[in-house]
Design a protein around this ligand. Structure first.
Ligand code: MN
Length: 632
């Protein structure tokens, strides 16, 4: 600082209220306000914390409290006391002085416990507790809860809103191994100050959201061509965590859906833990739930939306991003997406069901599906998501090497790469028969968990993030797989004698089973899997093209081998042709399920069989993902 400007005119500094001793210099002129008059002089304030004495020997005249004047700082004593003298200058220029903060990093406060720090960042959550108000503040390095107390349960700083850029001064506290800042002062930054911080944060966020480059687990160009898209999704998910927007995963409630969602959950939770000081963040920012139907049902979207809006109202959270895994690519998902579109809820889909991109893409931010690369279901969602999880948090690779093989076996992937995946799993100590058992156990647990994510149980079955070692894992998986198998046996013992056979004009075998009346209900296996198991036996027995229909009062599950079906196409034709049938459904090309109104079952099934009889024989076409469509 100098006391004259370039033109030689005197400079008088005007300090911000938060300026400190660090911001003043002997010999400079300052704007001051009288705060007290005593016999020997007047006390003047330059800012909230900078004040001192102008001795009466240094001036003539008199002053009163609140008078504004210009003073010269004549001395800064060792004890910090300041001496001033009033200055009589006519021509001067005023220069504003802001306080130069030493801004601390939210993510690096562990060495600052007990110290007073300044933070600048964006408010990402405001939670009112029974005591203080907790502002979650995000800067370039992390997110820290800042507690401001007004009165118990009363909102502090009511003017502050989510997304505001603020400056906080407070003391760093450690409680239950978690850091928090006790707020002394909190200011909302505006205009240029806010812009500067926002720009800084945006640049840092882009960098921190950058996903990791990973080497694919196996050499497989069909999958690696999808890496750029998966990288984009990884980046969006990391950015979502950094913005403290919750992520809600909806996944197909089957083996592949679990193999897709658990690695992603694991990776995101690690990243949340790294970037958020609040130990509760993991729970608030990530939720995973299975979808019983092979699409996003109205019931599910209504629950999700309701929870999201409640979290927003009660916990001051942002609305979530929805991540659809092994689900979400079809026209059947669109009504739910339309519902979400009324709110700020981004949707990201990673799926391998036969997609309807034209219907879906207007409603989703990202859509990754092998069919969009002229590939197919053989690249399962679990295979894609293990790579996605590694892009988010590469350190979990060690625990995931067996997962793509499980995913592929669950969905009966016929990919050449399956050999490599199984070898990879074998090198980790998982033999193929055991990998199959894990898949069976996952399906079995998914069935009984119904609408529950079953986090710890599923982790134990898949052996990801499992603390207690391999022995229990083996025992648990073997028990579940054996139980599942014997329940399938019981179901088929009852059902098989009721299977009806006819030979279609095309020479294909058609098998029909009334799963409502000739199989146990509300147990394992459900109608979809029951039909699949019957179908598999018939394929084995005949070695010929086989179509199997398992039907209930208002639904039918379809399986085919060696027949060129297009189930989504058939569904839309049936819907037009069977007037009043109320036909809907879909799935993969040769595996799927349809729904109809109960009173039109005969008409719908007759029309369906007619279409199947017309379908061409194609011995090369094998059944794909049996057990994929569910009807409970
Ligand atoms: Mn799948």
């Amino acid at each position: 600082m100098t006391s004259t400007d370039d033109s030689g005119e005197a400079v008088v500094y005007d300090l911000d209220p938060d300026c400190t001793l660090e911001d003043v210099e002997e010999g400079n002129y300052y704007h001051a306000t009288v705060n007290g008059v005593v016999d020997y002089g007047v006390f003047v304030d330059l800012s909230d914390s900078v004040s001192g004495l102008a001795h009466e020997s240094n001036y003539d005249g008199s002053y009163e409290v609140d008078d504004d004047l210009v003073v010269k700082l004549t001395e800064i004593r060792e004890n910090g006391d300041l001496s001033f003298e009033p200055a009589e200058i006519e021509d001067y220029e005023t220069v504003e002085v802001g306080h130069d903060y030493d801004i601390a990093d939210a993510g690096e406060l562990s060495d600052a416990v007990g110290e007073t720090v300044h933070l600048e960042g964006e408010v990402v959550q405001i939670k009112q507790t029974g005591g203080p108000t907790i502002f979650h503040v995000s800067d370039e390095t992390g997110v820290i809860p800042c507690a401001a107390f007004e009165e118990a349960g009363v909102r502090a700083y009511p003017e502050v809103e989510i997304d505001d850029v603020i400056r906080v001064t407070g003391q760093v506290d450690e409680r239950d191994n978690a850091l928090q800042v006790e707020v002394d002062s909190l200011d909302v930054l505006t205009d240029g100050d806010a812009e500067n911080v926002r720009e800084r944060l945006a640049t840092a966020l882009e960098e921190r959201a950058e996903p990791h480059e990973v080497e694919p687990l196996v050499e497989w160009p069909a999958l690696t061509q999808m890496f750029p898209d998966l990288q984009e999704v990884a980046k969006q998910l990391r950015r979502t965590v950094l913005e403290s927007r919750p992520i809600r995963v909806r996944h197909h409630a089957d083996g592949d859906g679990m193999c897709a969602s658990i690695p992603v959950q694991y990776a995101l939770e690690r990243f949340i833990q790294e970037t958020h000081q609040d130990p509760e963040a993991k729970r608030h920012l990530f939720k995973r739930l299975p979808s019983k139907a092979p699409f996003y049902e109205m019931e599910d979207v209504t629950r999700d939306l309701n929870f999201a809006l409640e979290d927003q109202a009660r916990h001051g959270q942002k609305l979530p991003l929805l991540l659809m895994l092994d689900n979400g690519s079809t026209a059947e998902d669109v009504p739910a997406y339309k519902n979400l579109a009324h709110y700020d809820i981004p949707v990201v889909v990673v799926d391998h069901h036969h997609p309807d991109p034209e219907a879906v893409e207007p409603y989703v931010d990202a859509h990754v599906n092998p069919y969009l690369y002229d590939e197919d279901y053989r690249i399962t969602t679990g295979m894609m998501c293990v790579e996605l999880a590694r892009m988010i948090w590469p350190d979990i690779t060690e625990e995931l090497r067996h997962v793509p093989a499980v995913a592929g076996l669950c969905d009966r992937s016929k990919a050449d790469a399956m050999t490599d995946y199984v070898e990879l799993a074998e090198s980790e100590g998982y033999e193929e028969s055991f990998l199959r058992s894990i898949g069976e156990a996952l399906d079995y647990e998914a069935h009984w968990l119904k609408y529950d994510a079953g986090r710890n149980l599923i982790n134990d079955v898949l052996n990801v993030g499992n603390q207690d070692g391999d022995e229990r894992h083996r025992e648990l998986v073997n028990f579940l797989a054996e139980t599942a198998e014997s329940e399938v046996e019981d179901q088929l013992d009852a059902a098989m004698p009721h299977v009806e056979h006819e030979r279609l004009d095309s020479d294909a075998n058609l098998y029909r089973i009334d799963v409502e009346n000739h199989a146990h209900r509300f147990t394992y296996p459900a109608p979809g899997k029951t039909t699949g198991e019957i179908h598999d036996r018939k394929v084995q027995q005949t070695g010929e093209p086989v179509i199997t229909i398992g039907y209930g009062p208002d639904f039918a599950v379809l399986r085919s081998d060696g027949v060129r079906l297009d189930i989504p196409e058939m569904v839309s034709e049936l819907n037009e042709e069977v007037v009043g049938g109320g036909v809907s459904g879909g799935g993969h090309l040769v595996v799927g399920s349809i729904k109809f109104v109960p009173g039109m079952r005969e008409e719908v099934l007759d029309a369906l069989v007619e279409k199947m009889a017309d379908a061409e024989i194609d011995e090369a076409l094998q059944s794909t993902t049996v057990g994929h469509e569910q009807n409970d």
